[in-house]
Design a protein around this ligand. Structure first.
Ligand code: PEP
Length: 253
């Protein structure tokens, strides 16, 4: 597994609430076929709905494709109906867990402080939290994107370099998620460079910073050409093996 953003590319799929045992089997079969041709510098993973973690483990176990979940509880265990703990994700061999996806922040009222607690719980069990941040359309229009990102990252950065250096950050402008609108590579690079500067300020010099928001085979290469974009968190296009693999390979010779 690649450990940081130095030259490597990390491509993670977020299946959201999609899939079935039958569909997943076919999707993963096709991913396994295509992943064999990926260069060693590209790492591929899928973040599946909780009930499919066992299937992901069964089908991907012997491969280089890693898997994970889309959320985790900020509690370790106890009377928290409906919650899933970091230890439970470990029981299914998960590598990744998304925390703070905008759909969790906006639909479930997750705060940045809770997101940091989730990230901590994940780290404690050896999972890699993929911390999602991103501004609304209004903040984007108002030119307040960097301010929003700084606020969202504040409790994460407060955890300190040792913990933060084991995370992945995903910049996902809310206005670009599932909308077909994508930040231009230059817009995304500006935010990624800013995130990089915040990380450097606490002593973290190398980290994967992924871009997410309507990444498709035809826009991926120009995003990956940016110096601070180290890969992608892919929603819709990760449900199509051909598109997901094309994104993973985009711009590679
Ligand atoms: C996401 O859900 O994280 C995402 C980026 O979705 P999409 O690629 O569909 O915009």
């Amino acid at each position: 597994m690649l450990r940081d953003g130095r030259g490597g590319r990390l491509i993670l799929g977020n299946w959201k609430m999609h899939g079935s045992i039958k569909e997943n089997r076919e999707l993963m079969r096709r991913l396994l076929e295509g992943a064999e041709a990926l260069p060693a510098t590209v790492a591929l993973g899928v973040c599946v709905p909780f009930p499919y973690l066992a299937q992901a483990r069964e089908l991907l176990y012997a491969s280089d494709i890693s898997w994970g979940a889309q959320d985790v509880s900020c509690h370790a265990q106890g009377a928290y109906t409906g919650e899933v703990s970091a230890q439970m994700l470990c029981d299914f061999g998960a590598t990744w867990v998304l925390v703070g996806h905008s759909e969790r922040r906006t639909m479930h009222g997750e705060t940045s402080a809770q997101v940091a607690e989730k990230a901590q719980k994940a780290l404690k069990r050896g999972l890699t939290p993929v911390v999602c941040v991103g501004e609304s359309y209004k903040a984007h229009e108002d030119g307040a994107a960097l301010e929003v990102i700084r606020e969202q990252l504040k409790p994460i950065l407060a955890l300190g370099a040792e913990q933060v250096s084991k995370m992945v950050i995903a910049y996902e402008p809310i206005w670009a998620i599932g909308t077909g609108l994508t930040a231009t590579p230059e817009q995304a690079q500006t935010v990624h460079a800013y995130i990089r500067s915040l990380l450097e300020a606490i002593g973290v010099s190398e980290l994967f910073i992924l871009y997410g928001g309507s990444v498709k085979p035809d826009n991926a290469a120009s995003l990956f050409a940016m110096p601070d974009i180290n890969g992608a968190l892919v929603g819709g296009a990760s449900l199509d093996a051909k598109d997901f693999l094309a994104i993973a390979n985009a711009g590679l010779k």
